[in-house]
Design a protein around this ligand. Sequence first.
Ligand SMILES: *[C@@H]1O[C@H](CO)[C@@H](O)[C@H](O)[C@H]1NC(C)=O
Ligand SMILES: [Zn+2]
Ligand SMILES: [Zn+2]
Length: 348
Amino acid sequence: MDFLTLFVIYVAVVLTCIALVCKYSGQQQTPFHTIFNAVAKVFAPITPKWLQKFSQWALHRLFHQRSNMFIYVHLLLEGAVYAEFTYEVFGYCRDMDTTLTSLSVPYILLAFKSSFFYLCIKRDPGTVTKKKVAGQLQIYPYDKRLFHPGVACPTCQLVKPARSKHCRVCNRCVQRFDHHCVWVNNCIGSQNTRYFLLYLFSLCAMAGDIALLTADMLLHAVLRSGLLRSSYIDEHGLQQQAGPLFVVQHLFLSFPRIIFMLGFLVFVFFLLAGYALFHTYLALVNQTSNEWYKSRGYVCQHCHPSTTADHFCSPAPDQSKRHYYSRGLLRNLGEIFFPPQPVQKKDN
Ligand SMILES: *[C@@H]1O[C@H](CO)[C@@H](O)[C@H](O)[C@H]1NC(C)=O
Ligand SMILES: [Zn+2]
Ligand SMILES: [Zn+2]
């Protein structure tokens, strides 16, 4: 493949990733929406009706209905990175005397990440059911600000426990609802937040570790080639010292796939690290993303009992009521890793 094709593919993949991640942050008003709506408006007069209908359907199918699409995208990207790492970087690193131990770390991380990923997908996030609801109502008291007692979900026809929310994608109420994550095609709730956190961290570590190994390999390749000490003859016949730009160009031409992979990994790493830090913060202060958005007035509290789309109130209704109930960092973490289970009453 030539340079330009690779570059176009790379840019397309990165842009798609940014768009998807914006969407997946769980907010309603994302840059992705704004851009999409703007683009849709511009192209509306020249796009045929069927195409408009189709894209609306596709968006709905992808983001408002359960689908395994993003699980496949995830596996595909991961497969591509690991194939590239195994076939190109691994051999190079072995030649450079990188120890087998440090080269096996990415595979160990992959094993950890895959198990957390699996648990996130498979674990019930804490669905509110007819059988369990009595016990689930006992777990958290209503704060009468974000969550009010005695409100029933119109769809599930069950009383909403405090901190729960109806997920419109899965069509169920979920205990200690955080958000619906399209990447695992599941809600993140009381019973799988711990796996979600571990998943985020292992994914971050994976991207970071492979990026470091790759950067190390490229550095050695440059040092070994003696490029930094060499010089070349330019078009005017003058002798020029090979500068950093020359080295970068050389790397791009000799290892295009590896460079693209490295760029992708660095991008993914910073994005995920930011997201993981946000979720760590929430975990430490005993808040869910849902509560975080709500307490900042991103979600209208007046229409909260209804299951219709949570719309955004601007300006935010009560910025001052930012609050959370924290009994200390360790206890907050404890509650995430050992979530309180609803006691089931036996009726006899
Ligand atoms: C977390 O917050 C809830 C209320 O939202 C509270 O009932 C619970 O006791 C708190 N847990 C800890 C460990 O502070
Ligand atoms: Zn519901
Ligand atoms: Zn859901």
